[in-house]
Design a protein around this ligand. Structure first.
Ligand code: HEM
Length: 361
């Protein structure tokens, strides 16, 4: 027994509970009751952000390994950490309703004292985005980040966000992991009986799949075959405008997207389960963050209407832009465009199933 262990010491409660200093309570200001809630809710968000970064850090460490052993505990632990991250985001989404108990008039009592600080400057939130794979170039209104002293970041925090972006992020690592999947190696397909033996695609499986997919499309959807060729085989459709091409372009490679689609198609096989669940968890985390952005936006509209934010953005206009732009795994979620009915799925060769079931690399 360690008799020096004491609850409040272990948790350093003197630091945490001594860290709420509402500015409106300071001399010369009119105390605003709701500022305490405002501080505590932000601090709890930041504590949970810390935990999320801790979980994602573990996930990065695994995916940074040169070889991930599919039959070891690695992928299961990744899944476990991602699921915990999801549960935390669910809680963070619920917390918005506590803030909703503060009325716009309550907020006005201390709002101006906060200028030019803002949740926009949450470095941990930006680090979560960067860890998941959001890059500065793809951020909405990236110039705002540099406005030191006017709602943007101070130089240290700005550097920390850029440093995080410069190292391999989760979306890169997932891309590399998917690219390494051995599904389409020739040795596994020697006994596969093609349904459509003419050769449009560089692989017999994809040749069949493309045809089955084409047959499954309605009249209005026939142009999706051209999208299929571009997304999975980098084949630029004839007569396409550069703008439409941008919509189809992905930060994931064609090789990685083929592997991801394959996992989604054959996810009912036990060998694909964990990989499928990992992709699904990443899509879910993207959705949960977007849900949070939406809830925050609605709360902000109610709280400040069309006024500018304390961080000097256009307020709800800025938040709407970030909401529609800050997805990371949209292209993986968008693979549903290319699914076919389960009963039409080509039967997988036994060699492939056998190899994957015993895969130790
Ligand atoms: C009265 C409550 C709140 C109001 C009125 C509010 C308002 C705003 C506004 C207007 C912005 C845009 C930047 C600006 O011009 O300031 C913003 C951004 C942001 N706020 Fe809040 N906020 C509130 C509560 C919170 C809470 C509790 C958090 C939790 C950490 C938070 C986190 C953020 C984040 C992360 C951003 C950046 C969002 C993005 O870029 O997608 N806010 N907030």
């Amino acid at each position: 027994m360690n008799s020096s262990m004491y609850y409040s010491d272990y948790l350093q409660l003197n630091k945490i509970l001594g860290s709420q200093e509402p500015v409106s309570f300071k001399e010369g200001n009119e105390p605003a009751h709701d500022e305490m809630l405002f501080i505590i809710i932000h601090q709890s968000y930041e504590l949970w952000f810390k935990q999320i970064l801790f979980e994602l850090g573990y996930v990065l460490k695994i995916f940074n390994k040169e070889k991930i052993n599919d039959n070891s505990e690695d992928l299961n632990l990744v899944l476990h950490r991602l699921r915990r991250t999801m549960r935390i985001f669910e809680l963070l989404n619920q917390q918005v309703s506590i803030l909703d108990t503060m009325t716009p008039l309550d907020f006005l009592e201390f709002r101006n004292l906060l200028i030019p600080s803002s949740g926009f400057q949450s470095t941990q939130f930006r680090l979560i985005e960067a860890t998941l794979g959001l890059q500065m170039d793809n951020r909405h209104q990236q110039a705002y980040y540099k406005r030191t002293g006017e709602g943007g970041f101070n130089q240290n925090d700005y550097a920390a966000i850029n440093e995080k972006e410069a190292v391999q992020n989760l979306s890169h690592l997932i891309n590399n992991w998917l690219e390494r999947m051995p599904f389409f190696e020739e040795q596994f397909w020697q006994h596969y009986a093609p349904q459509y033996p003419d050769n449009n695609c560089p692989h017999i499986f994809w040749n069949d799949y493309r045809q089955i997919y084409k047959n499954s499309l309605t009249e209005r959807e026939v142009n999706k075959v051209a999208d299929f060729d571009y997304v999975f085989f980098n084949k630029i459709p004839e007569g396409i405008t550069p703008e439409s091409l941008i919509n189809l372009r992905s930060s994931f490679s064609a090789d990685a997207l083929r592997a991801a689609l394959f996992i989604m198609l054959y996810r009912d096989f036990p060998v694909f389960q964990t990989s499928y669940q990992i992709l699904d968890a990443l899509i879910e985390i993207d959705h949960l963050m977007s849900n949070w952005r939406h809830k925050h936006l609605i709360m902000v509209r109610r709280m400040i209407g069309m006024r500018v934010g304390t961080g000097n953005t256009s307020g709800s206009g800025y938040l709407e832009g970030a909401l529609s732009k800050h997805y990371v795994y949209r292209d993986i979620a968008g693979l549903s465009t290319f699914l076919i009915e389960r009963r039409n799925l080509p039967k997988l060769p036994d060699e492939l199933i056998k190899h994957l079931s015993f895969n130790v690399d």
